[in-house]
Design a protein around this ligand. Structure first.
Ligand code: 1CP
Length: 376
């Protein structure tokens, strides 16, 4: 006679869960944790097909995005639960990508704690009074759950809608966030940022330490609400030499990711022009190293070693070529990643606003067709 036991999907105690610090209803403790290709590839487990998603897949190039955003300023849309949910779902519906990226912006947690900033159309984040002095650090405070209630509500709604498709939460890394606060807006040369970093190291470290905790806490709140992976964007850190990265940035990015380490959620870390920094970016507590289009994936994998996955790296500009060229280049990326222990297909940076959505749809189809690229 068999003894009646608990149902297979119903753990009796928290400790039976694969992710014991997350709720029993968290997607990582259900179908996402068990079978989503994105999570499997991030953890270098076998996958049926290479997972694919696109940085900046939500927003910008989609006509349905422009329609729902009509008359709503960017930052306002980031604090509206209904809009965040709808915009995050749009590319998943249209492309069948293997992950949703939460619709938000890296400056949202800074706005949430009261920093006077805006996202100007066609420009990006602009900060009313740039941060340049010791006293400016005190203008930052810790991020609290109550600051981002409409955002965590959107995460909760989204994971219900997404079912087996994982949601990626994200934050800006301390260096990239600091660059906007110090410059007051987008910058090509990061001159003010570097001047403060080299010239006032104590102020620099205090500022980046505060930003690390804000970014880390923002990631943690997204994961506890239901996100199944996180990406830390250090978009502009490729402006630094490795030695300076290690001294001025690495401890802070490590601190940011340490806020989610105990949750065991896969952590992706990406920057542009970071070929020389890949091994250091791996060492801040990363599972997956994001690679831009300048370094072949096979070479990136050599630089980060066999215990980490790679994500990337089709040049987003290639999507403007004829479809045969796009197909050839997609196959080239897949060929380059053949045999790697874990590969997540992505672009080498975000989708450009004028990209034709039909081309992205074809890329997803092609990546999914390539079963021979299933990882070991
Ligand atoms: O798929 C998605 O679109 C998800 C949402 C998302 C993400 C992940 C947005 C919406 N922004 C970001 C991250 C982000 N924001 C990064 C890191 C990723 C990257 O490098 O692409 C950075 C550097 C920003 C800052 C930012 N916000 C810029 C770049 C400015 C510069 O320095 O060159 C811009 C143009 C924005 C505005 C923005 N953010 C997101 C959207 C859809 C927009 C466009 C605003 C609009 O539609 O009005």
């Amino acid at each position: 006679m068999t003894t009646p036991g608990p149902l297979a999907d119903e753990p009796t105690q928290q400790t039976d869960l694969d992710y014991p610090l997350l709720d029993a209803t968290h997607p990582l403790n259900g179908s996402v944790g068990r079978s989503a290709p994105l999570i499997a590839a991030a953890l270098r487990r076998p996958v049926a097909h290479t997972p694919v998603w696109f940085m900046r897949q939500a927003g910008r190039s989609l006509p349905e995005y422009r329609k729902v955003r009509e008359g709503v300023p960017m930052l306002e849309s980031c604090f509206r639960t209904d809009l965040v949910t709808e915009i995050t779902l749009q590319p998943v519906r249209r492309y069948g990508v293997d992950a949703a990226i939460f619709f938000s912006d890296i400056v949202v947690p800074l706005k949430a704690i009261g920093v006077n900033l805006d996202i100007a159309p066609g420009v990006g984040p602009v900060v009313a009074e740039p941060f340049r002095r010791e006293t400016d650090v005190a203008r930052l405070r810790a991020l609290d759950e109550a600051d981002v209630l409409p955002i965590t509500a959107a995460v909760r709604d989204l994971v219900v809608e997404l079912g087996p498709t994982p949601l990626i939460g994200f934050a800006g890394a301390p260096f990239t966030l600091a660059s906007y606060l110090i410059e007051g807006g987008p910058s090509r040369d990061h001159a003010q940022t570097k001047a403060l970093m080299y010239g006032q190291p104590a102020v620099w470290h205090a500022l980046l330490g505060a930003l690390a905790d804000i970014a880390g806490q923002y990631l943690r709140l997204q994961v506890l609400a239901g996100a199944s992976a996180v990406q830390l964007f250090d978009s502009w850190v490729g402006a630094l030499a490795p030695r300076d990265y290690r001294e001025y940035v690495m401890p802070h990015s490590t601190r940011a990711l340490s806020h989610v380490a105990d949750l065991r959620v896969p952590r992706i870390h990406f920057g542009v022009g970071t070929g020389e920094l890949l091994a250091d970016m791996r060492d801040v507590g990363t599972d997956v190293v994001g690679v831009d289009f300048r370094v072949p994936l096979s070479e990136a994998a050599r630089r980060v070693g066999p215990n980490h996955s790679v994500q990337g790296n089709l040049d987003p500009a290639i999507l403007f070529a004829d479809i045969e060229t796009v197909e050839t280049q997609v196959r080239r990326v897949l060929d380059d990643a053949r045999g790697l222990p874990g590969h997540i297909f992505n672009l080498g940076h975000g989708v450009l606003p004028a990209t034709n959505p039909d081309v992205l749809a074809r890329v997803v189809e092609l990546v999914h067709e390539n079963e021979q690229h299933a990882q070991p």
